[in-house]
Write a protein that binds this ligand. Structure first.
Ligand code: WT7
Length: 648
């Protein structure tokens, strides 16, 4: 009997140890094995998580009629995400540094930088968790977080996860109206915001600007306000509460909610092809495991999870308001027990060298940013970057849009000093974590290519070596549904290529097997790495009383990747200027979605069924020609637009 239990123990241990990947040949072997036997691969990876109750099955087949793909992961397993990200480290290594936060400006009574050990982070998270519980927030309730990059944003996310509430973070650059739209869609009970946000030395009103929109949020019970600048604010009695007032008398202990592996962790709205944003829903166990696994294999970070004392300092410049910030500022780096650097405001304020100065000051070892930022610094020359040693850096990363080879070379030469591999990570809000990415120091690199699939990911290009990019097998970190719209989820991602997940991107694969992402096949535009939908911007423009119709396209831009160009048809007799349209979009949607170009035209080219042909407008704009106009209901519109463009 005794013998039996020993051999059983051995079996479990053996199954859990994944071979160390030291070479590209190892990667190829492990990748093949992960595709042939995904359950075994994910079972091994899942030993990184601390479970409250073990799971029975790694993956269970889908039962839905329309959804023959997703299935259920880690069936029966129970866990808490915040326990995995914070509490387990706070218990074992209370003095280990978790977060370095850098403020944009010194404000009276506030520090320029704040340091949180895992224990301090845990205390704050627990206070916030108890505060939310005291307001009646329970497992499954939705909480909207409309906050700039201050520690309270990360703390609120983790507090929600601790009590099983589902957070919906809305990027602070979105307009209050967009926040309202998102809050109404997922029926938020509480919103956490700030008095004012700071960016480039300027203060912008947040709470007060949101107030008028809150009247029309029937499910909203409370507004919690973090005092960032201590601006005096109107507070609605009973509804509005100050963060400090709620948290100050709360205990620093909070019992973690026992969550099912498949319970939703968060909703994050992203743009698609219609005027309504999609509430992407991510799961608890599958999501957390996937972001940890992809970060581990891509960057090889040294963290508390490996009992490393000499830990990596992780600096990802993304805002938590987007998926990169969720996955790789908050969840993955904390779950692996790294030191996370987070900053408020603009990355190059008050001077161009600010990022490099921070890398030297905090001895950042792993640096992750977007091509748009690299390009904007590249055009200014290397004088500023060359003033810093950057000798702590080990690995560089790129995310959010294709990185052009020139920007890649500049990043590699001037930032990495030709010592640091660059991981060009390809993924999406929907995928939770990386799909295709090099493994630092292991995968051969080609500038502009995101290289090879992550372990457990099977890409398929339909058909051949260039075309629509799909993923042939489910993976634990993929989105589970669109909030309250499972039909839209199935039709957007699963219907186009049955049996596979469709990314909406076009990709190609070269003779050596390297993947390169060409760009979106739908009407999603990437401006400075931010994902915007043509239809959403058009909706904002047409809500102006003088506008009859609008069509929005993306055009290549030297630093931003793409910029927005709008074709606008005015109502008869109406008169409106370009600036007014831009101002209106800023108010309706958000400052980052303002079109650079606005052209007023008499009519838009349409098909006989009334569909506006954005692609045609794009070729008119870029090449001043179109191939085929016979399918148009109004072919004469084309000549008129050409004339208007010529005059512009
Ligand atoms: C879209 C997803 C990636 C997380 C942040 C953005 C484009 C993303 C790359 C890359 C080429 C990329 C794709 C994708 N994209 N990373 N490394 N190379 N293109 O997430 O806002 O959901 O946008 O960004 O077009 O579909 P997102």
């Amino acid at each position: 009997m005794k013998k039996l239990s020993i051999s059983f123990l051995f079996f479990v241990c053996a199954a859990f140890s994944l071979e160390k990947i030291d070479s590209f040949a190892d990667y190829q072997k492990e990748w093949k094995a992960s595709i042939e036997n995904p359950a075994l691969f994910w079972q091994r990876e899942a030993s990184m998580l601390s479970w409250m109750e073990p799971y029975a099955t790694v993956w269970q087949k889908p039962t839905g009629e329309e959804d023959q793909f997703v299935g259920r992961w880690f069936v029966g397993g129970k866990l808490n995400v915040t326990y995995n990200c914070v509490d387990r480290w706070a218990d074992a290594y209370p003095n280990a540094l978790a977060l370095i936060w850098i403020s944009e400006e010194d404000l009276p009574d506030q520090k320029k930088e704040r340091f949180f050990t895992y224990k301090e982070l845990s205390n704050q998270v627990n206070r916030c968790a108890n505060g939310l519980r005291s307001l009646g927030v329970r497992k499954g309730d939705r909480v909207c977080l409309w906050l700039p990059m201050i520690p309270e944003l990360m703390i609120s996310q983790l507090a929600c996860a601790k009590i099983g509430a589902v957070h919906s973070v809305v990027f602070s650059g979105f307009s209050p109206k967009s926040v309202q739209e998102r809050m109404k869609d997922c029926e938020c009970k509480v919103v956490i915001t700030v008095d004012e946000a700071l960016r480039r030395g300027k203060k912008s009103e947040m709470k007060e600007s949101l107030d008028p929109y809150l009247e029309d949020c029937p499910f909203l019970e409370h507004v919690i306000v973090v005092e960032r600048t201590k601006a005096s604010l109107p507070m609605k009695e009973k509804r509005d509460l100050l963060w400090d007032a709620i948290l100050s008398h709360q205990s620093t202990h909070a019992i973690p909610e026992k969550m099912d592996a498949e319970d939703p962790l968060f909703i994050l709205y992203t743009s698609g092809t219609t005027g309504n944003p999609k509430g992407i829903v991510h799961s608890t166990a599958g999501y957390l495991l996937y972001v940890m696994s992809t970060m581990k294999h891509t960057w090889h970070p040294q963290g508390l999870i490996e009992k490393y004392k000499n830990r990596d300092v992780w600096f990802c410049t993304a805002d938590i308001g987007w998926i990169t910030g969720h996955s790789y500022v908050t969840y993955a780096p904390l779950a692996l027990g790294l030191v996370v650097v987070m900053y408020e405001g603009a990355p190059t304020y008050p001077h161009e060298g600010k990022l490099w100065e921070r890398i030297d000051r905090y001895n950042v070892t792993l640096f992750y940013t977007a091509p748009t930022l690299i390009r904007s610094l590249m055009v200014k020359g290397e004088r500023s970057v060359n003033q810093y040693s950057l000798s702590s850096l080990k690995v560089l990363g790129s995310v959010g849009e294709p990185i052009n080879p020139e920007a890649w070379e500049w990043y590699y030469t001037h930032v990495g000093k030709k010592r640091c591999p660059i991981v060009d990570t390809y993924w999406q809000t929907e995928t939770g974590g990386y799909l295709i990415s090099p493994m630092a120091g292991i995968t051969p690199l080609k500038p502009g290519s995101c290289s090879f699939p992550c372990l457990g990911i099977e890409p398929k290009i339909v058909s051949g070596k260039k075309g629509a990019l799909c993923i042939a097998k489910p993976w634990p970190g993929m989105m589970r549904t669109i909030y309250r719209d499972h039909k839209r989820f199935c039709s957007t991602y699963l219907k186009a290529f049955p049996g596979m997940y469709y990314t909406g991107d076009e990709a190609m694969q070269d003779e050596e097997g390297f993947y390169t992402i060409i760009g979106r096949l739908d009407d999603v535009i990437k401006v400075s790495g931010h994902r915007l939908g043509s239809a959403e911007i058009e909706k904002a423009i047409t809500s102006h009383p003088a506008v009859a119709e609008a069509a929005v396209v993306g055009i290549p831009h030297e630093t931003k990747g793409q910029s927005i160009f709008a074709f606008v048809v005015m109502k008869e007799g109406a008169k409106v200027e370009k600036e007014e349209i831009q101002q209106h979009v800023r108010k309706e949607y958000g400052g980052f979605s303002v079109p650079d170009g606005v052209l007023f035209v008499d009519e838009l080219p349409k098909t006989r069924s009334g569909k506006i042909l954005r692609r045609l407008l794009q070729s008119l704009l870029l090449e001043n020609k179109v191939e085929e106009i016979s399918t148009l209901a109004n072919p004469s519109s084309v000549e008129k637009i050409k004339e208007a463009l010529a005059k512009n």
